[in-house]
Design a protein around this ligand. Structure first.
Ligand code: ADP
Ligand code: MG
Length: 367
């Protein structure tokens, strides 16, 4: 059992508040990812959980124990940093054994734990090597191994993959996920990479400027973002945003972009009554904008509009079309066999059931 609870936690450095009244509950065995742009307070939050940073106000509980005044060593937590911080003059074995030796564990038990961890991480063959004889990915595994041997209640990871090349990152992503399934330990994982967050987290906590904007499972965050920041931060290529005016014509509500008007989804029509003649932000993901030409007839009830293709970006399995209405530019994600070419005009369909509308002032989702 190891759940972690943050209650109204804040952190200030001098007069600057960098973490602002955050509430968060991380369940036992959960893989929780804190994600957000650089400087939003992820590392600070993690360090407060670890006890490496004093909290300015609020409470942190690990397993129902208030740990505000507990020293890091008493919290039963292990942290893996972006720089692996291995001891260069020690072998992999000694690097992994070091913490246990300090704590006075018997030699036999240390050996047993190190060998088991090495097996789980598939680094048994590397135990006698020095860090300088390891690749980036191997170093990363040793850093994780050093934590596993301690059998902590909670693992904290701070951007552990950001020093690896893209391919290795994808591989290690999967390995860390497997490891989590095997160890069944609570993990709090920090990254600025939204793909890492989406692919790894049971829960993702999106932060900006020291505030939690949304905490939910990845699918909810992707399909039901609570505000424009989340909508734009999660997903590649990112969601398209267009300023529209809410208008009412013959008793029907439309979102008028200037060069076209579309019908919002039924669920929010009542809410939009309050916005008539006001500006809102229409948000639609690239995969929800279809090329009319390839779009099945059965689904063509959506209103079409004309746009000009500015750039075609083939990425192999699909293509991204960069389009303009003259007023707004936006991206559409289409099949690889799409024949659209630069400078062509194209008729596209917005799948309005999947579109989002945001209040222009608060940037909150109108739902
Ligand atoms: N020891 C410190 N003293 C002063 N400011 C700090 C300190 N540590 C972090 N900060 C500031 O707090 C903010 C959040 O930092 P951090 O938690 O490291 O962000 P992230 O990990 O999300 O990139 C940043 O503006 C950073 O400059
Ligand atoms: Mg950081």
């Amino acid at each position: 059992m190891a759940k972690v609870i943050l209650k109204n936690v804040s952190k200030s450095f001098g007069k600057t508040q960098v973490v602002k009244n955050i509430d968060l509950e991380i369940k036992d065995k959960e893989f929780c990812v804190l994600v957000g742009p650089s400087g939003c307070g992820k590392t600070t939050t993690l360090r407060m959980v670890a006890g490496l940073e004093e909290i300015t106000s609020g409470e942190i509980y690990i397993d129902d124990t208030l740990v505000n005044d507990q020293a890091p060593k008493d919290r039963d937590i292990a942290m893996v940093f972006q720089s692996y911080a291995l001891y260069p003059h020690m072998t992999v074995y000694d690097n992994m054994a070091f913490g246990l030796k300090l704590k006075g564990y018997p030699k036999e038990e240390i050996k047993e734990r190190v060998e088991k961890a090495a097996e789980q991480l598939e680094i048994t063959k590397l135990l006698q090597r020095l860090p300088k004889e390891l690749s980036g990915g191997q170093k990363q595994r040793v850093a994780v191994g050093r934590c596993i041997v301690r059998k902590p209640k909670v693992f904290l990871f701070d951007e552990p993959l950001s020093n690896l090349d893209a391919k290795l990152r994808v591989q290690m992503r999967a390995e860390l996920k497997k490891l989590h399934q095997r160890l069944q330990t609570t993990i709090i994982y920090v990254t600025h990479d939204q793909i890492e967050a989406m692919t790894m987290g049971d829960k993702i906590v999106v932060m900006k400027d020291g505030i939690i904007h949304q905490a939910a499972d990845p699918i909810t965050v992707y399909y039901k973002p609570t505000d424009k920041f989340i909508a734009g931060f999660i997903g590649t290529p990112p969601m398209n945003f267009m300023e529209c005016t809410v208008i009412k014509r013959d008793g029907k509500i439309y979102l008028d972009e200037g060069t076209f008007a579309v019908t919002p989804k039924e669920e929010i029509v009542d809410k939009l009554e309050a916005y008539i003649n006001k500006k809102v932000i229409l948000g639609i993901r690239p995969e929800d904008i279809y090329d009319r030409f390839y779009y099945s007839k059965a689904r063509t009830e959506g209103k079409t509009l004309m746009a000009t293709i500015e750039i075609v970006e083939p990425v192999g399995s699909e293509k991204y079309l960069f389009l303009t209405t003259g007023k707004n530019t936006f991206t559409s994600r289409v099949e690889a066999q799409n024949k659209a070419e630069v400078n062509q005009d194209i008729e596209v369909v917005f799948d309005m059931k999947k579109a989002h509308v945001f209040d222009k002032e608060t940037e909150k989702t109108i739902s």
